[in-house]
Design a protein around this ligand. Structure first.
Ligand code: AHM
Ligand code: MG
Length: 335
């Protein structure tokens, strides 16, 4: 039913699974409040003295912008009080984030990228928050790294908030993908995109082509192929690249196409591409598969990759199923 609030939607989904206790609904409800706070701050980013850098360097050796910091703390502080989490992990923090002793613990672990695409903040382009939720798998109350290092296929839920021309939430719990748009006057997310399906094949490719010379020969051949002209296979494709994963992914989810961040040799310290498995690739892979699409490293389904470390990076090819399968064929030298 278009127009229902995200909370109503969550409650309906909760009723559909008889074993649900409501813990998961409470967890997402808190996360939605955190996202509304971030959305409000993002909207006035140009008005207050919140642009610029904090002067610190994060685990990814990037300068931390004030708004990244704000988003990170908003989520951490709100979510640790939710009573539903045993731990968290953020793109901005090197280690597992423990829940303070004063708060009750729960059975879920939240992994998130608080503000994805942050180089877009200063130019008023879209940015987002990505989240991934797993169930605790180790015994005892305290979470261990093993609770975070689970394959993407084990996710209980995943989603993102996009702070664009309007703010949207897109999420899945493994039974379809739903999109909600924040109605500013009401402060409510209303269902606007029911059971999202990505086209089987798209016409868009999204990649930072400035890195072309750093890619493997097979990746170059694939991108060259997309640019060739051929009426029968509806080529050339159109190139679209915002430079914020959430925004590029969201467009391709609705319109069809492929987003790529291949491995490159630009930085020998980071030989596996740029994007992080746990807080970026895996949650979006869960969403895209639920929408009928596919996500791959070029060799392996993203949801099957066994994480080795919290900040592991992977090459990412994600979007319309036929486009990603074709990318795999090129990358594996089968074409
Ligand atoms: P971030 O999470 O630190 O913002 O970095 C990830 C971003 C993605 O949103 C985007 O797809 C990618 O980095 C863009 O990288 P590049 O500027 O190398 O094209
Ligand atoms: Mg990111």
């Amino acid at each position: 039913m278009v127009g229902m609030t995200v909370i109503e939607h969550l409650l309906i989904k909760q009723k559909e699974s008889p074993e649900a206790t409501g813990a998961f609904t409470r967890l997402l409800t808190e996360l939605i409040v955190a996202a509304k706070v971030i959305s409000r701050e993002v909207n006035r980013a140009g008005l207050v003295d919140i642009l610029g850098y904090t002067g610190r360097i994060n685990i990814q050796e990037e300068r931390v912008r004030k708004l990244d910091d704000f988003a990170n703390h908003t989520i951490m502080e709100r979510m640790e009080k939710s009573g539903q989490l045993c731990a968290m992990a953020s793109e901005e923090d090197p280690d597992l984030i423990e829940i303070s002793k004063e708060y009750p613990k729960g059975n879920y672990i939240l992994i998130f990228d608080p503000l994805d695409g942050s180089s877009n903040i200063d130019v008023n382009a879209s940015i987002g928050t990505i989240f991934s939720i797993h169930r605790k798998v180790t015994p005892g109350e305290e979470a261990t790294l093993a609770d975070a290092l689970q394959k993407g296929s084990k996710q209980v839920a995943a989603g993102y908030f996009i702070y664009g021309s309007s703010t949207m939430m897109v999420y899945t719990t493994g039974s379809g993908v739903y999109g909600f748009t924040l109605f500013p006057g009401l402060g409510e997310f209303l269902l606007s995109h029911e059971d999202i399906k990505i086209p089987e094949r798209g016409k868009i490719y999204s990649v930072n082509e400035g890195n072309y010379n750093y890619w493997d020969e097979n990746v170059r051949r694939f991108v060259d192929y997309l640019k060739e002209s051929d009426k029968a296979t509806k080529r050339p494709y159109t190139s679209r690249y915002i430079g914020a994963l959430v925004a590029d992914f969201h467009r391709n989810l609705l319109k069809g196409g492929i987003f790529m961040y291949p491995a490159d040799t630009k930085d020998p310290k980071k030989p596996h591409g740029k994007l992080r498995l746990l807080c970026e690739a895996a949650p979006l892979a869960f969403i895209v598969e639920q929408a009928g699409g596919y996500a791959s490293t070029g060799y392996e389904r993203i949801l099957d990759v066994e994480p080795q470390e919290l900040h592991q990076r992977v090459p990412l090819f994600i979007g319309s199923r036929e486009d990603v399968l074709l990318a795999e064929e090129f990358i594996q030298g089968k074409r």
